[in-house]
Design a protein around this ligand. Sequence first.
Ligand SMILES: Nc1ncnc2c1ncn2[C@@H]1O[C@H](COP(=O)(O)OP(=O)(O)OC[C@H]2O[C@@H]([n+]3cccc(C(=O)O)c3)[C@H](O)[C@@H]2O)[C@@H](O)[C@H]1O
Ligand SMILES: Nc1ncnc2c1ncn2[C@@H]1O[C@H](COP(=O)(O)OP(=O)(O)OP(=O)(O)O)[C@@H](O)[C@H]1O
Ligand SMILES: NC(=O)CC[C@H](N)C(=O)O
Length: 700
Amino acid sequence: MAWNRRINVAVCTVNNWVLDFVGNKERILKTCQEAYENGAHVRLGPELEICGYGCSDHYFELDTEWHSWEILREIVEESIKLKDMLIVTGMPVRYKLGLYNCLVSVANGKIINICPKIALCDDDIYRESRYFISWKHGFKIVDYELDPSYGFEQKTVPFGRTIITSLDGVSFGFEICEELWTAKSPSVDYALQGVDIICNASGSHHVLGKSHQRINQLVLGATRKLGGIYLYSNHRGCDGDRVYYDGMSSIVQNGKLYAQINQFDIEETCVVTSLLDLNDTTTFRAKISSSCQESSRSEMLPTIHFDAKLLDHSPPSTPLAKPIRTRQRSEVDELCHGPPAWLWNYLRRSKASGFFLPLSGGQDSTAVALMVRLMCEKVTQAIRDNPDRDDPAYYLNGKKVGTDPGKLCNEILYTCYMGSENSSQETRNASASLADDIGANHSSILIDVAVRAILTIFETSFKFIPSFFSDDNREIMSLQNVQARIRMVLAYLYAQASLIYYKKPGGLLVLGTSNVDESLVGYLTKYDNSSADINPIGSISKHDLREFLSYVNESHSFQHLQWIIDSIPTAELRPLVEGKVVQSDEEEIGLTYNELSVIGRLRRPGCRGPYGLFMRLITCWYPQYTYAEIGEKVIRFYKRYAINRHKATISTPAYHANAYSNDDHRNDHRPFLYPDFEYQFNKIRKSVEELTADEKNTSH
Ligand SMILES: Nc1ncnc2c1ncn2[C@@H]1O[C@H](COP(=O)(O)OP(=O)(O)OC[C@H]2O[C@@H]([n+]3cccc(C(=O)O)c3)[C@H](O)[C@@H]2O)[C@@H](O)[C@H]1O
Ligand SMILES: Nc1ncnc2c1ncn2[C@@H]1O[C@H](COP(=O)(O)OP(=O)(O)OP(=O)(O)O)[C@@H](O)[C@H]1O
Ligand SMILES: NC(=O)CC[C@H](N)C(=O)O
């Protein structure tokens, strides 16, 4: 072994966007160039970066393949200028009948290898096997004939799983995202064969707390046991969907972290490099004699040699990279960064001029307003931190953003208190005060005239006006729902036309404010303010939102926030009694929000139906509640859920932050017309009787 086996490696994060072929190419080439200028000889990008990860059913269109090949050809051409740099990129490739999710390695104007994914991801919001075939031939390679019409100089490329080795003896193996998460990761086979560097290209979205597993257990864990350099590259941004890819591309060797890209930064591209010594891997591995024995037994893998010299030849005294600590945020801190980063991404790419938010002074709309404020802080902070950098993420509709978060908030956030005769002075004040604190552009209106006008139209047909004092609950409900729906009509009017008054171009995106818990039990009016353009809190429970509010309150001195945190959630849709609010969400639902949060998690991801939920809840809530009370709560929840599931089919697209999200469109696939669950409920009732009888017997 020569003393000099140092190599400079780079991973990057690109904010790529589905089907934005030109933008994606520019971001890929920009990171290649930056890596090269920083002395790197390997540049790894994220999964399917050429077409964007989340193309979904666009993978059925041949156009997606054609354009990916066209862009790949341009990358191959550019690679001639980046002499002796291995570029690893991702795109879909069709072989025989099926489409494969592939990594493509390129160096010095040649495609070295096309590596198809073995373990597809179908969990959570992923549906990879809907579009892709998994490679079932293990470590085998075949000749892939390139379509001559794309103009590559070579005629064929090795397609399949292999080791690739440079002229100066640096060997590489590949893992594609889920292959790191699956039971039998290919990196084990590669490591046992002594492969120097594993490249993992990933499309991994943010879910609260997931980054801990990803970086600490998996990426670091992969090399803690078997040694080697592990390069991990992930997307950043919304990619055109409800999910947010949270970057964190990392460079790891022998269980230690050497470089990591920040999880929620906003820039379009980011590159980090590290100079590492491959001999450290040899020593690390040699010290684990059981692995050396295992290596001798392990399967030989095919190897392809490619024409590039990758080792570093800077002076021997050049310092190597030093290990760093992982930057791990708490879940509540992630809430302060993920949804705000997603909002900025979405706003810029939608080309809208800002947001419109009906701000009630309640906890939900306050949480949304704060997320916009945190977004403004994030963007202006990035600009302050990087005065010499010019990044497309620092611009909104062609104009560079300033460095004052309050000013930015005032330019882009329009809040409105839409009071009625049922609104309290307290929420009106809280709404105005919060808007003032965060710098939003606030107005306050009354909606009673519109409510009366609509009821008068109804009266012309049916000769009566519904009353809150009727014995018929339909009258009471219709009076509540008409208020909520008028707010929605007004929100869209204000979003569309209010910037005309301010002599500003464009329109505003309407922000939705419903949380998972109220959505699960349908405690919202269908097509009211819950029907908005996007919703940053739609996959978050009230419990988690309250933690978020308290967390923000600790770091910001907002005058009314504590009052809002302490307030009792109310829809303020029923008449006040002696000027006071008498309606309470929790009383009307019959469950507290904390109880709903527990139940929501047990429903999903816990996968408990009514009886399973009851049997699990008694292990948590008994004896605080009796068996009968727990049974009642489960039945109440599932009754409301079954009646109202149809509302989830029209819920506003929401930032996907949790596995407990009830998003009917992409995440929580369930029917929306349910039977009455009588069979399940009777089982619960029977168990309650038996358990209560047992309880009495044992206490005698
Ligand atoms: N299986 C099914 N499939 C499809 N649609 C179905 C359906 N069952 C009923 N529907 C339809 O759903 C509609 C009834 O739903 P909807 O109009 O929402 O009315 P509804 O669910 O009856 O009432 C709204 C609930 O939300 C509460 N609320 C109201 C307003 C605001 C807030 C708040 O938190 O701010 C809360 C209110 O106290 C009440 O409990 C009707 O049009 C009905 O025909
Ligand atoms: N008086 C109001 N002015 C403006 N918007 C309102 C008003 N009342 C309700 N809304 C809108 O309807 C949404 C639903 O009301 P809801 O009562 O569920 O939420 P909230 O008031 O924000 O929070 P909480 O549920 O904690 O009271 C609000 O988030 C808000 O966007
Ligand atoms: N694209 C993928 O294969 C995703 C895999 C993995 N389960 C993740 O969430 O990161």
